[in-house]
Design a protein around this ligand. Structure first.
Ligand SMILES: [Zn+2]
Ligand SMILES: [Zn+2]
Length: 140
């Protein structure tokens, strides 16, 4: 079972992966959230994800008319965001987006094969697309 956690280890998680979608996201929110050039999301049903510890949450609205609410789960001690839930957006309803870089060593992040790159309109100009990964200007 894939496992991971935050930088300090205060938050730990594991999940059952029965066919996750793995999506790189180049949106501005992911730039902020990660402090880096893109987000790495493993999308699985929320019911197959177990988060241990005492996460803090931050919610923000996005999409047309602010229809979607994104709620992050992060560690109050070290600040790492480990996952995000989305409501009001059909494609992610009932799903959790696990931040793939928080996986434990040896849990598949290093050799991960992504299903898509999303929000490519805001990809930083110094980064090329990944060969053979489908590209989407919005969400796939
Ligand atoms: Zn932590
Ligand atoms: Zn994003």
């Amino acid at each position: 079972m894939p496992s991971g956690g935050c930088l300090c280890g205060g938050l730990r998680y594991e999940y059952v992966d029965e066919g996750s979608k793995k999506i790189i996201c180049h949106c501005r929110d992911c730039h902020k959230m990660t402090g880096s050039a893109f987000g790495t999301n493993i999308i699985i049903p929320a019911s197959s994800f177990t988060l241990h510890g005492n996460p803090k949450h931050y919610s923000f609205k996005r999409g047309a008319g602010g229809a979607a609410t994104h709620t992050t789960s992060f560690c109050a001690n070290c600040g790492t965001t480990v996952s995000k839930n989305v409501s009001g957006f059909e494609k992610f309803e009932g799903m959790v987006l696990v931040k793939a870089g928080t996986l434990d060593e040896g849990q598949g992040f290093d050799e991960m094969e992504f299903d898509a790159e999303a929000q490519t309109k805001t990809r930083v100009t110094w980064l090329k697309s990944i060969a053979d990964v489908p590209q989407f200007e919005g969400m796939p």
